[in-house]
Design a protein around this ligand. Structure first.
Ligand code: NAP
Length: 284
């Protein structure tokens, strides 16, 4: 195992989210001490609450921690994120944190600015620059779309090399607990790009229900996301982000997973079968 015995405790911000819960699960399986960063905190285990928007919560959550997974919410490319995450990273560096991994987004100039800002206070940062998550379809904002049979986006049906978060989590854990990843920038994608129509076909084959792609206007997309429970501001931000990144710039798969793990990235069909097996779409 690629684990350094001098690592004592990993802080996983976004520890209850899609990437964070995979990371905490792997850390638990590998016997690595860790702390879940969440606004709820866990008073029964003495885990303090953590809130990106409440800097007064930062000191307590960093106490005794020597590796940090940075996962900003709602999105690293949103206004203000770079300043908040880099301020937290600076505090972590000052308290003696030795390893840090930042979850970022591919083809997003604002997220790249945040990466640079965090790296300026923590040069050993490992950047996990991800394509569109496959798990958006099974755990994220596209679950109800899959269940309804229509994937609606305000963009043309471009190909995207969806990344499996099981790969991302494995790389994060290696970067946070082992040597050889400091200062690296990993562009993380799946092994090949699929259009949303092709992704819908793969999801249909895994779920046994039809899933089709539909290009909608930006206003229709925002209304749909808000109806699914996203705050209006986040829905607007998401519309702007997908319009920006799903313009063909991210079509080419990258070699980050292979470089970090020494094996090919998981494919979308494999992901879909795994998610169906786990019951991701069994409701509705
Ligand atoms: N979706 C994609 O395709 C994609 C692609 C590339 C990069 N990204 C990046 O992925 C990140 C999101 O990661 P994810 O999908 O793993 O998370 P997620 O599933 O969206 O979960 C959000 C996490 O953030 C926590 N959270 C929410 N508000 C918070 C606050 N004010 N302070 C502290 N924690 C807060 C939540 O914990 P509690 O509710 O327990 O507090 C939860 O653990 C974003 O930065 C985005 O830029 C996403």
């Amino acid at each position: 195992m690629d684990t350094n015995s001098t690592t004592t405790r990993v802080l996983v911000t976004g520890g209850t989210g899609m990437t964070g819960r995979r990371i905490t699960r792997l850390l638990s399986e590998r016997g690595v001490d860790h702390r879940v960063g969440s606004r709820a905190g866990h008073p029964e285990t003495g885990t303090p609450r953590f809130d990106w928007d409440a800097p007064e919560t930062w000191d307590a959550v960093l106490e005794g921690v020597d590796a940090v997974y940075l996962c900003y919410h709602p999105d690293l490319a949103f206004p203000g994120a770079a300043d908040i995450v880099s301020a937290f990273a600076a505090k972590a560096a000052a308290t003696g944190v030795r390893r840090m991994a930042l979850l970022s987004g591919r083809g997003e100039p604002e997220a790249e600015r945040a990466e640079q800002q965090v790296r300026s206070v923590f040069p050993g940062l490992t950047v996990l620059r991800c394509s569109f998550f496959a798990q958006n379809f099974s755990e994220g904002f596209f679950v109800s779309a899959v269940l309804s049979g229509t994937l609606a986006l305000p963009v043309a049906d471009v190909p995207e090399p969806f990344v499996d978060l099981d790969d991302v989590a494995e790389i994060a854990v290696r970067a946070l607990t082992g040597e050889g990843h400091a200062g690296e920038l990993y562009e993380l994608t799946g092994p090949r790009a699929l259009t949303f129509t092709e992704a819908g076909k793969a999801l249909a084959s895994a779920t046994g229900r039809p899933v089709e792609y539909l290009e909608v206007t930006r206003a229709e997309f925002v209304a749909g996301a808000a109806a699914d429970g996203l705050p209006e501001e986040v829905a607007q931000g998401l519309a702007a982000l997908v319009t920006e990144i799903l313009d063909g710039r991210n079509v080419a798969p990258a070699d980050g997973v292979e470089r970090a793990l020494g094996r090919p990235a998981n494919g979308f069909e494999e992901y879909a079968a795994k998610a169906a097996e786990a019951g991701a779409w069994s409701r509705g």
